[in-house]
Design a protein around this ligand. Structure first.
Ligand SMILES: C[S@@+](CC[C@H](N)C(=O)[O-])C[C@H]1O[C@@H](n2cnc3c(N)ncnc32)[C@H](O)[C@@H]1O
Length: 216
């Protein structure tokens, strides 16, 4: 990805390689990322891309701290630079593989919501197993959520949505399924309003979403 100006992640961008050794146990995520008000709940977006959802959502929900995780370095840098330029106090971007970060650094029962919007569909049958949303991942995320917390999922890919439904049906002991509710920042007629959604809307694609709420 190219950019017309020099990008600077400032205090908004963090690298997995700078995280403390994970033998130390769960990280105090809110303190480590320098959120201004650490009494506010934490929501995590996995696969933030260029950061559009968080840039739009964070100012609308100042009562929430948002952490975006993105493993493509150019997108991470682009998103963190945008957050710095918008001077948003309640949003940070981490360059990491989300599963690695969750497993090793995030305390159980600590996250209010996960946002996963337009995850890579891995459409070829032999690649389906690389999909982020699947039973094992849902079980892992469950343990990181607070009771009553939720995962919000959206996709443009019908086969991936059917796959999500199939995997959600395997974890009904952990989650209740609900209809998708768009975030405050979504524009008129949008499900979420991410870059991918806007690009695919022009192609007339159908979008689907669901919410999985932690029980137990
Ligand atoms: C199809 S893009 C969607 C980006 C954005 N959510 C949107 O809707 O515009 C999926 C993004 O997720 C990132 N990603 C996929 N798996 C990831 C993982 N395990 N950890 C962190 N980022 C991931 C990819 O690098 C990519 O930027």
């Amino acid at each position: 990805m190219t950019s017309s100006h020099k990008q600077d992640v400032g205090k908004h961008g963090f690298e997995a390689s700078d995280l403390p050794p994970f033998e130390d146990g769960a990280l105090d995520v809110l303190k480590y990322f320098g959120f201004i008000d650490i009494s506010l709940p934490l929501e995590i977006e996995i696969g933030s891309g260029k950061g559009t959802f968080l840039i739009q959502q964070a100012p609308q929900a100042p009562e929430i701290n948002y952490l975006g995780i993105e493993y493509a370095k150019a997108y991470w840098r682009h998103a963190a630079d945008r957050m710095r330029r918008h001077n948003l106090p309640n949003v940070r971007m981490l360059h990491a593989e989300a599963g690695f970060f969750l497993r090793n650094y995030v305390a159980d029962d600590s996250v209010q919501q996960f946002h996963i919007y337009f995850p890579d569909p891995w459409p070829k049958a032999r690649h389906n197993k690389r999909r982020l949303v699947q039973e094992g991942f849902l079980r892992e995320v469950w343990s990181k959520l607070k009771v009553g917390g939720q995962i919000s999922l959206a996709t443009d890919h019908l086969d991936y949505f059917a796959w999500m439904e199939e995997h959600a049906a395997k974890v009904t002991d952990l989650f209740e399924r609900h209809e998708f509710v768009s975030p405050e920042s979504a524009g008129e007629g949008e499900l979420v309003g991410t870059n991918f959604e806007r690009k695919y809307r022009e192609e007339g694609r159908e979008f689907n979403g669901m919410i999985l709420k932690r029980i137990g």
